[in-house]
Design a binder for this molecule. Structure first.
Ligand code: ATP
Ligand code: MG
Length: 420
């Protein structure tokens, strides 16, 4: 074999794809009910979009991006997440002039150069939404209730919601001073990346996954305890709204999330079922992001769910994915004349919306019937010279074995009227 698939990528084979299709169908229904329209964007963008839109002190930008120069020496990056591209599109397509809020969803592949392990890949899939223009906590509650609905539609239980507020640039400036004071005597114990973040975005150090950094930050002052009045009112509004809908949550002061432009609300949905990579969904408000990307100041909020992790959770909880199996009819043939007739017949059947198959491998009749069973055919019909000359054949119910002689011209009408 010439080569294997690159590390961290996975083929989704026909034997697995029904799970994905089922989830995609549920996503489309959910987004329709909550008023989110689909947006489809390029897989790659100019690198500066992510440097700015994700933030150049984040793990994603500092360590994980697939960046390369194209043949015109432009720096291009495979999208590591969905939000930055959607923000770019919102600005570029003048969506601010449409009635607000603008509510969009996407279902994408994303690319991060990460240490590959269960639930962590280099190409992975995200379902996410972004909502632009609404500043109050009502929409924060709406999107959290959307995720809750999604999980319950899929039959997922035992996923806990953790929320936090990380304030706004105003309160964060004051907090940063406190954090810097706390971290200064511990600089030697922080990793190299965190040392480089220390001046520009010390909050990011709280999100570092290195054990040595975690040890330092465990007793650091919490941003949540230092937010301003406006942010505090927003956070109370979020908590009230969740209580109003009966959605239980925990406040987790350690959530600061991966993007630099998050403000106020941040949240995660975590499962205990799938090991260390338990965060199935992450989201939050990013009121500074649109402006940072060159648009007018506009509030925004979104979330993203990792589909691989979602499927892992569903499998670990023993949830069955519905599978549509089988075909309507298998047309078996004996001889060339029958083969020609069958080709025309299955063409007509397929045009009528029925799933029909015939032999393409020169199998014996016995082998064709075995194959029909394998395909899960509901009905079969055997055609030879005699059947074609007399225009009559036996339609067999493959389940019961019952056979009925029918006029060949009527096979399409019959199949269409049988509730297969
Ligand atoms: P983590 O802390 O696990 O690295 P993250 O904060 O980097 O997650 P986000 O950027 O918020 O993740 O992405 C949203 C969701 O996408 C995550 O909650 C997770 O379900 C999924 N996800 C992120 N990175 C990966 C990956 N490398 N492989 C598979 N799924 C991923
Ligand atoms: Mg990550």
């Amino acid at each position: 074999m010439l080569t294997k698939s690159p590390r961290g990528t996975k083929d989704i084979l026909p034997s697995e794809v029904y799970k994905w299709q089922y989830i995609e169908k549920k996503i489309a229904e959910l987004c329709n009910n909550f008023g989110y329209s689909e947006i489809r964007l390029p897989v790659f963008e100019h690198t500066e979009l992510f440097q700015r839109g994700v933030g150049d002190t984040t793990d994603i930008v500092q360590k994980e991006m697939y960046t390369f120069l194209d043949k015109s020496e432009r720096s291009i990056t495979l999208r590591p997440e969905g939000t930055a591209g959607v923000v770019r599109s919102y600005i570029e397509n003048g969506m601010a002039s449409l009635p607000q809020p603008i509510k969009l969803f996407y279902n994408i592949t994303a690319y991060r150069y990460e240490k590959v392990q269960k639930g962590r890949y280099r190409e992975f899939h995200q379902f996410g939404i972004e909502a632009f223009g609404a500043a109050g906590p009502t929409i924060d509650v709406e999107i959290i209730s959307m995720i809750n609905t999604f999980f319950s539609e899929l039959g997922i239980g035992d996923v806990s919601l953790n929320i936090n507020s990380i304030g706004c640039p105003k309160c964060r400036a004051e907090y940063n001073d406190k954090l810097i004071k706390y971290l200064t005597p511990n600089l030697n114990s922080l990793c190299h990346t965190c040392n480089s973040r220390f001046e520009r975005n010390p909050l990011r150090i709280i999100d570092c996954k290195e054990e040595t950094c975690k040890k330092v930050t465990v007793d650091a002052p919490s941003l949540t305890d230092n937010i301003c009045e406006e942010c505090s009112i927003h956070f109370d509004g979020l908590k009230d709204g969740l209580a109003n809908l009966g959605i239980s949550y925990k406040v987790d002061k350690n959530i600061v999330r991966g993007l630099d432009y998050y403000t106020k609300t941040v949240f995660e949905f975590v499962s205990d079922n799938i090991g260390a990579q338990g965060t199935v969904c992450g989201g939050g408000r990013y009121d500074g992001l649109i402006e940072a990307c060159g648009g007018a100041p506009t509030p925004g909020i979104g979330f993203a769910i990792g589909i691989e992790r979602l499927i892992l959770v569903m499998e670990s909880q023993g949830i069955e994915f519905p599978k549509s199996e089988g075909i309507d009819i298998f047309v078996a043939t004996i001889g060339k004349k029958a083969e020609k007739y069958a080709q025309k017949l299955i063409y007509k059947l397929r045009k009528e919306g029925l799933s029909a198959q015939m032999d393409l491998m020169d199998r014996s009749l016995k082998a064709q019937m075995k194959y029909a069973n394998k395909l899960g055919a509901c009905y079969s019909i055997v055609l030879g010279d005699n059947e074609i000359d007399t225009n009559k054949a036996f339609l067999k119910n493959m389940d019961s074995g019952e056979q009925k002689e029918i006029n060949l011209d009527t096979v399409i009408d019959r199949l269409k009227n049988i509730d297969i």
